[in-house]
Design a protein around this ligand. Structure first.
Ligand code: MG
Ligand code: ZN
Length: 218
């Protein structure tokens, strides 16, 4: 008898649900982004800043993932965008079943962009397809130039990388070019963005990219 590792069965089920989510969202013309990054990388701040550029906040919705608290859901709602919170109560990643359940709690009529802010972690979120159309790694310059080399699978499976807090680079002795090249050495296909929400740098380019991606998706 061949032993099937438990993990592969769990992952298979996850991938099935993720596929169903992707079809469901496609039918509603909703483009989904899965945001993965360490705690404190600036995922929520990036969303808050990005949402300032949307005239119609109703075109966006957010699923927040955290171990505890709904602080981030509250922040997103203050930014004028509907959000629901998944509190994993210990788990360090989101899975597709959790996302699927949360979809019913959102008013998806008129929504074009669904952002999933994953639990702050660069390890297991990389393994879980959530039904997204694009996977975004969010990494702050303060995390160091070699982060992509230390967590290659997250970068390998991503479509885009948003480097945040670039205004801090000079204070933390990080060379942004080296960080960028390290990410590209793991995955040359990555779309890269250099941003700072403090100085409002790079947010426009990210917005243009999202709109283009949606255009191609439709
Ligand atoms: Mg957050
Ligand atoms: Zn985990």
């Amino acid at each position: 008898m061949t032993k099937i590792p438990l993990k592969s069965r769990v992952m298979q089920k996850n991938d099935e649900i993720a596929g169903a989510i992707r079809e469901k969202l496609k039918a509603q013309r909703i483009f989904c982004l899965n945001m993965i990054g360490s705690p404190g990388s600036g995922k929520t701040s990036l969303l808050e800043t990005l949402f300032k550029l949307f005239d119609r906040k109703g075109t966006c919705a957010v699923i927040e993932g955290d171990v505890k608290t709904d602080n981030d859901r509250q922040r997103i709602e203050k930014a004028g965008v509907q959000a629901v919170q998944i509190e994993t109560d210990g788990a360090c990643h989101l899975n597709a079943a959790q996302v699927d359940k949360m979809l019913t709690g959102l008013a998806l009529d008129g929504v074009k962009y669904l952002f999933i802010e994953n639990v702050g972690n660069l390890i297991c979120p990389a393994a879980y397809d959530l039904g997204e159309n694009k996977r975004m790694i969010v990494i702050s310059v303060a995390e160091g130039e070699d982060k992509p080399l230390k967590y290659p699978s997250a970068f390998m499976r991503a479509d885009m990388v948003v480097i945040t807090k670039i205004d801090l680079a000079e204070y933390v002795d990080v060379d942004i070019e080296t960080l960028k090249n390290n990410a590209l050495s793991i995955n040359p296909k990555l779309d890269l963005f250099l941003t700072s929400v403090k100085t409002n740098t790079g947010i426009d380019s990210l917005m243009i990219f999202l709109k283009d991606s949606y255009g191609r998706y439709e």
